[in-house]
Design a protein around this ligand. Sequence first.
Ligand code: NAP
Ligand code: F7E
Length: 341
Amino acid sequence: MKAFVTGITGQDGSYLAEFLLAKGYDVWGLIRRSSSFNTGRIDHLYLDPHEQPRLRLVYGDMTDGSNLSSLISEIKPDEIYNLAAQSHVRVSFDQPIYSVNAGALGTLRLLEALRSCNLPIKFYQASSSEMYGKVVETPQSETTPFYPRSPYACAKLYSYWQAVNYREAYGIFACNGILFNHESPRRGETFVTRKITRAATRIKCGLQDRLYLGNLDAKRDWGFAGDYVEAMWLMLQQNQPDDYVIATGQTRSVREFLDEVFGYLDLDWNQYVRIDPRYFRPSEVDLLLGDASKARRVLNWQPRVSFEQLARMMVDADMELARRERVIQNHGKEGAAPWSQ
Ligand code: NAP
Ligand code: F7E
């Protein structure tokens, strides 16, 4: 089996690549040219001499349709996982056109590339709980109406409907995974969970003394990314294409995440956290809580890692990083010439 993964350098892309390689897939990943290295999350896969022949990286961009088209005709994958997007909600307010170009039109470009090559390729679309936005019911399931609240969410909603449309119009095996927030030690450092675990561990190691955050009352249904990539794969192994909510069924506030993380480190977050209005969003998503009973019933999927385990896993990993940072800093001080101190 051959899979083509867009967004392979991201959090989910790295876990999905690991998962597919372990299942014996040949994995082709789309990467963007960057002036600095952007493959840190998958280097361990790429550099492993046993895995290397089965993981191939190709250059491209979701904004470049002809490139996507030639890649799909050349690779002829059995499955496509479309994970690429400008995925930061706050940033999408600053860069709405780009976010929609990559996240919405990018999906359409990929679906067109798939359609025109006339092969029975299965398609996974990374849809998001952000599409529920200003929620009209709680918990949110596959039948809950959408109410997007950001350029990011509007782009995801467009992609969602295009995937449904290509399924209905052209009989393409296209599935939407409506994933609620999922985190890990590989989470980008500007998302709130990772921002907190990174700062709390640096505070514990004496490397930082303040953490600036926005809305602490927002509630999210937080799961572990490693659990969620399995659900992506399961969707494409069914007899019929369909859409599924993937979530834990528990919701916690940012404040509760702070309690968990700082409590684990034996620190009181009130002493370190300050509110900075720059991190508020023009329109906020107050509460997300997913009902994944369809995924449980049809895919036999369920999350394995609890909220507490997730927070601690992230703290443990970031503690390692902070300790290494401290060692480097101390070495730097010892080794530095007196005039540079
Ligand atoms: P992420 O860590 O931000 O990764 C995004 C990936 O997309 C990166 O590989 C990035 O490449 C790539 N990308 C961005 N713009 C691109 C472009 N124009 N052309 C090609 N590649 C581009 O996101 P994630 O957390 O892994 O999420 C994966 C997908 O699921 C995203 O579509 C996200 O919107 C969606 N989603 C995420 C969550 C969540 O809680 N994590 C929940 C629901 C849905 P670079 O490394 O070069 O930047
Ligand atoms: O924010 C609040 C913020 O940026 C969570 C993406 O993966 O999940 C993610 O989107 C909450 C929001 O994730 C800060 O206002 C407070 O209410 O970690 P986040 P997100 O916006 O939920 C969905 C499902 C996706 O699809 C997205 O791709 O935390 N918050 N203070 C903060 N958020 C950030 N980033 N930084 C703060 O300082």
